[in-house]
Write a protein that binds this ligand. Structure first.
Ligand SMILES: Nc1ncnc2c1ncn2[C@@H]1O[C@H](COP(=O)(O)OP(=O)(O)OP(=O)(O)O)[C@@H](O)[C@H]1O
Length: 270
């Protein structure tokens, strides 16, 4: 049995239902320190809903959700959110065009969008260290508007790191990146995750190619329930992914990376 402090999050018999629609059902999931997870599933399977529950934006209909030792319903989720880093397209859209990258990183300390205050010397120094860590020191003064998609993703990770999170959730961070930018970003994620002080990573992706060796575990969702979860070697196989995507697929693995090929027609009727 893992000690309490080593449990990053625990979801038990979670059910989410809205307007008669069951979005998630019978979800059991535990993430422990030292693990990095990836979440896979077809469009509409429930990935974002699961993440929204973890960040307190979606209320469970039944079941228990505990994140970083705080139980949903008993703790102030707004406080807890400060310990969870989140990089998602919804956050990307909220950034102010004129804000320099350094200020965007600083704003992560206050879990604020569009930072209006004057950052303290110490905050600026810390943000600069983070910019170095995310290999973006050269972007410190560049406004958000001019950053490339790949640079924006890194700056948002920097912003999340400013809050010193123990959990960093990345919801499709490679969306919109060209193949080279995507690979650079993934290599960066690999280095980040390898760092002993790194937060626990949870990556939502549609592409197995984005699952870097640093990710130790995988969770596959289908139609609101868990199809498979555990060590990625036991979860990521053609049979499970064929089921998850309702389409015959072939999965290959080389040098710790995966590659998926669709080999047949979808079995679903759209
Ligand atoms: N508030 C809501 N009320 C009713 N249905 C909802 C609500 N929120 C989500 N859903 C439905 O729940 C299902 C899961 O949605 P969710 O966004 O979690 O899927 P997803 O796996 O993240 O999909 P994608 O890969 O397309 O982003 C979808 O069918 C969606 O329409």
């Amino acid at each position: 049995m893992p000690s309490k402090s080593s449990i990053i999050l625990e979801v038990s018999n979670l059910r989410i239902q809205r307007d008669g629609t069951v979005i998630l059902n019978e979800v059991f999931w535990r993430v422990e320190r030292g693990q990095h997870w990836t979440i896979l599933g077809a469009n509409g399977s429930g990935k974002t809903s699961l993440l929204s529950t973890l960040t307190g934006y979606l209320m469970p209909t039944a079941g228990e959700v505990a994140v970083l030792g705080q139980r949903y319903g008993e703790s102030d989720w707004r406080e807890l959110r400060k310990q969870i880093g989140l990089v998602s397209s919804s956050i990307r859209q909220l950034m102010a065009d004129s804000e320099p990258a350094l200020d965007t990183v600083v704003s992560g300390k206050y879990a604020m969008i569009d930072f209006w205050g004057t950052p303290s010397k110490a905050d600026r120094a810390r943000a600069m260290r983070i910019l170095n860590q995310i290999e973006c020191a050269y972007l410190a003064d560049r406004p958000w508007l001019y950053l490339s998609q790949g640079e924006r993703q890194r700056i948002l990770i920097g912003r999340a790191l400013m809050g010193n999170p123990r959990l960093l959730i990345l919801d499709e961070p490679c969306a919109g990146l060209d193949p080279a930018a995507r690979e650079h970003f993934l290599q960066f994620l690999q280095r980040l995750g390898r760092n002993k002080k790194a937060p626990t990573l949870v990556l939502v992706t549609h592409h197995v190619e984005e699952i870097m060796p640093v990710f130790s575990h995988a969770l596959v969702i289908k139609e609101g329930h868990i199809l498979a979860e555990g060590l990625k070697e036991s979860v990521l196989n053609a049979e499970i992914l064929t089921n998850a995507f309702n389409t015959p697929v072939k999965l290959t693995r080389a040098a710790g990376r995966y590659h998926l090929t669709v080999t047949g027609k979808s079995q679903s009727v759209i």
